[in-house]
Design a protein around this ligand. Structure first.
Ligand code: ADP
Ligand code: ADP
Length: 227
Protein backbone atom coordinates (compact mmCIF):
# COMPACT_ATOMS: atom_id res chain seq x y z
CA UNK A 1 0.00 0.00 0.00
CA UNK A 2 1.33 3.42 -0.86
CA UNK A 3 2.35 5.80 1.92
CA UNK A 4 -0.04 8.51 0.71
CA UNK A 5 -3.20 7.67 -1.21
CA UNK A 6 -5.32 10.42 -2.75
CA UNK A 7 -8.53 8.97 -4.15
CA UNK A 8 -11.06 10.60 -6.47
CA UNK A 9 -10.87 14.12 -5.09
CA UNK A 10 -13.35 16.66 -6.39
CA UNK A 11 -13.59 20.08 -4.87
CA UNK A 12 -16.02 22.93 -5.47
CA UNK A 13 -15.89 26.25 -3.61
CA UNK A 14 -19.35 27.69 -3.03
CA UNK A 15 -19.79 31.39 -2.37
CA UNK A 16 -23.04 33.35 -2.20
CA UNK A 17 -23.74 33.28 -5.92
CA UNK A 18 -20.93 31.30 -7.53
CA UNK A 19 -19.62 27.77 -7.54
CA UNK A 20 -15.99 27.26 -8.60
CA UNK A 21 -14.88 23.71 -9.27
CA UNK A 22 -11.20 23.82 -8.33
CA UNK A 23 -10.39 20.12 -8.65
CA UNK A 24 -11.91 17.28 -10.64
CA UNK A 25 -11.17 13.60 -10.14
CA UNK A 26 -7.67 13.75 -8.71
CA UNK A 27 -6.17 10.38 -7.78
CA UNK A 28 -2.50 9.83 -7.03
CA UNK A 29 -0.15 7.98 -4.71
CA UNK A 30 3.16 8.95 -3.15
CA UNK A 31 5.68 6.47 -1.73
CA UNK A 32 7.54 6.90 1.54
CA UNK A 33 10.70 8.99 1.10
CA UNK A 34 9.59 10.33 -2.26
CA UNK A 35 9.69 14.03 -3.14
CA UNK A 36 6.94 15.03 -5.58
CA UNK A 37 5.79 18.34 -7.06
CA UNK A 38 2.41 19.70 -8.04
CA UNK A 39 3.24 21.91 -11.01
CA UNK A 40 0.84 24.16 -12.86
CA UNK A 41 -0.21 27.73 -13.58
CA UNK A 42 -1.78 29.99 -11.00
CA UNK A 43 -5.39 29.00 -10.27
CA UNK A 44 -5.11 25.34 -11.30
CA UNK A 45 -5.88 24.13 -7.78
CA UNK A 46 -2.43 23.32 -6.36
CA UNK A 47 -3.01 24.97 -2.98
CA UNK A 48 -6.51 23.49 -2.77
CA UNK A 49 -5.09 20.01 -3.32
CA UNK A 50 -2.35 20.56 -0.77
CA UNK A 51 -4.89 21.85 1.76
CA UNK A 52 -7.10 18.81 1.22
CA UNK A 53 -4.17 16.41 1.67
CA UNK A 54 -3.20 18.27 4.85
CA UNK A 55 -6.79 18.11 6.14
CA UNK A 56 -7.09 21.91 6.26
CA UNK A 57 -10.16 21.73 4.04
CA UNK A 58 -12.58 18.89 3.53
CA UNK A 59 -13.02 17.89 -0.11
CA UNK A 60 -16.47 17.91 -1.70
CA UNK A 61 -15.74 14.28 -2.63
CA UNK A 62 -12.93 11.80 -2.17
CA UNK A 63 -10.56 10.48 0.47
CA UNK A 64 -6.94 10.97 1.54
CA UNK A 65 -5.11 8.25 3.46
CA UNK A 66 -1.67 8.55 5.06
CA UNK A 67 -0.32 5.13 6.04
CA UNK A 68 -3.83 3.81 5.43
CA UNK A 69 -5.43 6.17 7.94
CA UNK A 70 -7.75 9.03 6.93
CA UNK A 71 -5.87 12.33 7.33
CA UNK A 72 -8.78 13.65 9.40
CA UNK A 73 -7.68 11.32 12.22
CA UNK A 74 -4.01 12.41 12.29
CA UNK A 75 -2.16 14.84 14.56
CA UNK A 76 1.28 16.44 14.09
CA UNK A 77 1.99 14.17 11.12
CA UNK A 78 2.06 16.87 8.49
CA UNK A 79 4.46 19.83 8.51
CA UNK A 80 4.48 22.99 6.38
CA UNK A 81 6.87 25.37 4.80
CA UNK A 82 5.17 28.36 3.18
CA UNK A 83 6.20 31.46 1.27
CA UNK A 84 6.02 33.51 4.44
CA UNK A 85 7.88 32.16 7.44
CA UNK A 86 5.25 33.06 10.08
CA UNK A 87 7.91 33.46 12.76
CA UNK A 88 6.90 35.38 15.88
CA UNK A 89 8.67 38.74 15.40
CA UNK A 90 9.33 39.42 19.08
CA UNK A 91 10.89 36.02 19.76
CA UNK A 92 14.44 34.98 18.91
CA UNK A 93 15.16 32.28 16.34
CA UNK A 94 15.81 29.71 19.05
CA UNK A 95 12.66 30.69 20.98
CA UNK A 96 10.61 30.46 17.79
CA UNK A 97 11.82 26.93 17.12
CA UNK A 98 11.29 25.73 20.69
CA UNK A 99 7.83 27.30 20.73
CA UNK A 100 6.92 25.19 17.70
CA UNK A 101 7.81 22.08 19.68
CA UNK A 102 5.98 23.32 22.76
CA UNK A 103 2.79 24.07 20.84
CA UNK A 104 2.76 20.54 19.44
CA UNK A 105 3.47 19.19 22.96
CA UNK A 106 6.74 17.62 21.84
CA UNK A 107 9.22 19.68 23.87
CA UNK A 108 11.60 17.48 25.87
CA UNK A 109 15.37 17.18 26.36
CA UNK A 110 15.78 14.88 23.35
CA UNK A 111 13.78 16.93 20.86
CA UNK A 112 15.41 20.12 22.19
CA UNK A 113 18.94 18.73 21.65
CA UNK A 114 18.07 17.41 18.19
CA UNK A 115 16.59 20.74 17.21
CA UNK A 116 19.51 22.82 18.43
CA UNK A 117 21.82 20.50 16.46
CA UNK A 118 19.70 21.00 13.38
CA UNK A 119 19.96 24.78 13.77
CA UNK A 120 23.74 24.37 13.80
CA UNK A 121 23.68 22.13 10.70
CA UNK A 122 21.73 24.84 8.88
CA UNK A 123 24.32 27.46 9.80
CA UNK A 124 21.95 29.14 12.22
CA UNK A 125 24.41 29.25 15.09
CA UNK A 126 27.26 31.46 16.30
CA UNK A 127 24.83 34.04 17.68
CA UNK A 128 22.28 33.99 14.85
CA UNK A 129 20.00 31.83 17.00
CA UNK A 130 19.77 34.65 19.55
CA UNK A 131 18.65 37.20 16.95
CA UNK A 132 15.13 38.28 16.06
CA UNK A 133 13.64 37.21 12.70
CA UNK A 134 13.81 40.77 11.30
CA UNK A 135 17.60 40.75 11.77
CA UNK A 136 17.92 37.85 9.30
CA UNK A 137 17.75 37.84 5.51
CA UNK A 138 14.85 36.12 3.74
CA UNK A 139 17.01 33.10 2.92
CA UNK A 140 18.08 32.67 6.53
CA UNK A 141 14.49 33.01 7.73
CA UNK A 142 13.40 30.22 5.38
CA UNK A 143 16.15 28.04 6.86
CA UNK A 144 14.61 28.75 10.26
CA UNK A 145 11.19 27.81 8.90
CA UNK A 146 12.61 24.50 7.66
CA UNK A 147 14.16 23.71 11.06
CA UNK A 148 10.91 24.60 12.83
CA UNK A 149 9.01 22.23 10.53
CA UNK A 150 11.50 19.37 10.88
CA UNK A 151 11.69 19.78 14.67
CA UNK A 152 8.21 18.34 15.13
CA UNK A 153 9.21 15.28 13.07
CA UNK A 154 6.31 15.26 10.62
CA UNK A 155 5.89 12.22 8.39
CA UNK A 156 4.90 14.33 5.42
CA UNK A 157 6.16 17.82 4.52
CA UNK A 158 4.16 20.29 2.49
CA UNK A 159 6.09 23.06 0.75
CA UNK A 160 3.82 25.69 -0.80
CA UNK A 161 5.89 28.03 -3.04
CA UNK A 162 8.45 28.31 -0.22
CA UNK A 163 11.02 30.29 -2.21
CA UNK A 164 8.89 32.65 -4.25
CA UNK A 165 9.78 35.69 -2.14
CA UNK A 166 13.55 35.11 -2.46
CA UNK A 167 16.04 36.48 -4.96
CA UNK A 168 17.19 34.04 -7.63
CA UNK A 169 20.61 33.11 -6.20
CA UNK A 170 19.26 32.55 -2.68
CA UNK A 171 16.43 30.47 -4.13
CA UNK A 172 18.85 28.17 -5.99
CA UNK A 173 20.90 27.66 -2.83
CA UNK A 174 17.83 26.91 -0.75
CA UNK A 175 16.41 24.48 -3.31
CA UNK A 176 19.56 22.39 -2.87
CA UNK A 177 19.70 22.79 0.89
CA UNK A 178 16.07 21.86 1.43
CA UNK A 179 16.00 18.89 -0.95
CA UNK A 180 19.30 17.51 0.38
CA UNK A 181 18.16 17.92 3.98
CA UNK A 182 14.82 16.21 3.36
CA UNK A 183 16.54 13.35 1.49
CA UNK A 184 19.05 12.95 4.33
CA UNK A 185 16.16 12.60 6.80
CA UNK A 186 14.29 10.26 4.43
CA UNK A 187 11.26 12.57 4.49
CA UNK A 188 8.32 12.38 2.13
CA UNK A 189 7.53 15.80 0.68
CA UNK A 190 5.15 17.58 -1.67
CA UNK A 191 6.18 20.83 -3.31
CA UNK A 192 3.63 23.18 -4.86
CA UNK A 193 5.14 25.41 -7.53
CA UNK A 194 4.54 27.12 -10.87
CA UNK A 195 8.31 27.05 -11.51
CA UNK A 196 9.35 24.08 -13.65
CA UNK A 197 13.03 24.58 -12.78
CA UNK A 198 12.24 24.29 -9.11
CA UNK A 199 10.20 21.13 -9.71
CA UNK A 200 13.07 19.57 -11.68
CA UNK A 201 15.72 20.56 -9.15
CA UNK A 202 13.83 19.30 -6.13
CA UNK A 203 11.54 16.42 -6.96
CA UNK A 204 11.67 12.80 -8.05
CA UNK A 205 8.29 12.97 -9.77
CA UNK A 206 6.07 15.76 -11.05
CA UNK A 207 2.28 15.91 -11.34
CA UNK A 208 1.44 18.47 -13.99
CA UNK A 209 -2.02 19.96 -13.37
CA UNK A 210 -4.24 21.52 -15.99
CA UNK A 211 -6.52 24.39 -14.99
CA UNK A 212 -10.28 24.85 -14.61
CA UNK A 213 -11.01 22.52 -13.05
CA UNK A 214 -7.63 21.17 -11.95
CA UNK A 215 -6.90 17.69 -13.22
CA UNK A 216 -3.70 15.68 -13.47
CA UNK A 217 -2.70 16.25 -17.07
CA UNK A 218 0.53 14.28 -16.96
CA UNK A 219 2.87 12.61 -14.47
CA UNK A 220 6.57 12.34 -15.15
CA UNK A 221 9.73 11.22 -13.39
CA UNK A 222 12.73 13.50 -13.19
CA UNK A 223 15.81 11.58 -14.43
CA UNK A 224 18.65 11.53 -11.89
CA UNK A 225 21.09 12.90 -14.48
CA UNK A 226 19.17 16.20 -14.57
CA UNK A 227 20.02 16.88 -10.92
P1 ADP B 1 -3.33 27.51 -7.25
O1 ADP B 1 -2.75 27.17 -5.91
O2 ADP B 1 -2.93 26.53 -8.31
O3 ADP B 1 -3.03 28.91 -7.66
P2 ADP B 1 -5.90 27.48 -5.88
O4 ADP B 1 -6.05 26.13 -5.28
O5 ADP B 1 -5.50 28.59 -5.00
O6 ADP B 1 -4.92 27.37 -7.16
O7 ADP B 1 -7.28 27.89 -6.58
C1 ADP B 1 -7.98 27.05 -7.51
C2 ADP B 1 -9.28 27.72 -7.92
O8 ADP B 1 -10.17 27.81 -6.81
C3 ADP B 1 -9.10 29.14 -8.44
O9 ADP B 1 -10.02 29.33 -9.49
C4 ADP B 1 -9.46 30.00 -7.24
O10 ADP B 1 -9.97 31.24 -7.66
C5 ADP B 1 -10.52 29.15 -6.54
N1 ADP B 1 -10.50 29.36 -5.08
C6 ADP B 1 -9.45 29.14 -4.25
N2 ADP B 1 -9.79 29.39 -2.97
C7 ADP B 1 -11.10 29.77 -2.99
C8 ADP B 1 -12.05 30.16 -1.97
N3 ADP B 1 -11.69 30.19 -0.67
N4 ADP B 1 -13.28 30.50 -2.36
C9 ADP B 1 -13.64 30.47 -3.67
N5 ADP B 1 -12.81 30.11 -4.66
C10 ADP B 1 -11.56 29.76 -4.34
P1 ADP C 1 21.78 32.32 1.78
O1 ADP C 1 20.60 32.03 2.64
O2 ADP C 1 21.60 31.92 0.38
O3 ADP C 1 23.07 31.86 2.38
P2 ADP C 1 21.54 34.98 2.71
O4 ADP C 1 21.51 36.28 2.01
O5 ADP C 1 20.35 34.56 3.46
O6 ADP C 1 21.89 33.89 1.65
O7 ADP C 1 22.78 34.95 3.70
C1 ADP C 1 24.09 35.04 3.22
C2 ADP C 1 25.05 34.74 4.38
O8 ADP C 1 25.02 35.83 5.31
C3 ADP C 1 24.63 33.52 5.17
O9 ADP C 1 25.26 32.33 4.74
C4 ADP C 1 25.00 33.83 6.60
O10 ADP C 1 26.26 33.29 6.94
C5 ADP C 1 25.05 35.36 6.65
N1 ADP C 1 23.91 35.94 7.40
C6 ADP C 1 22.67 36.23 6.93
N2 ADP C 1 21.89 36.80 7.87
C7 ADP C 1 22.68 36.89 8.97
C8 ADP C 1 22.48 37.42 10.30
N3 ADP C 1 21.33 37.95 10.68
N4 ADP C 1 23.51 37.37 11.16
C9 ADP C 1 24.68 36.84 10.79
N5 ADP C 1 24.93 36.33 9.57
C10 ADP C 1 23.96 36.35 8.67
Amino acid sequence: MSFLQVRNIHHTYFTKDTATTALSDISLTVEEGEFVSFLGPSGCGKTTLLSIIANLIKPTEGTVLLENKPVSTLKNDIGYMLQQDYLFPWKTIEENILLGLKLSKQLNEKTKTNTLNLLKQMGLNGGIEKQLPKQLSGGMRQRVALVRTLATEPKLLMLDEPFSALDYQTKLKLEDLVSNTLKAFGKTAILVTHDIGEAIAMSDRVFLLSPRPGRIYKTFEIPKELK
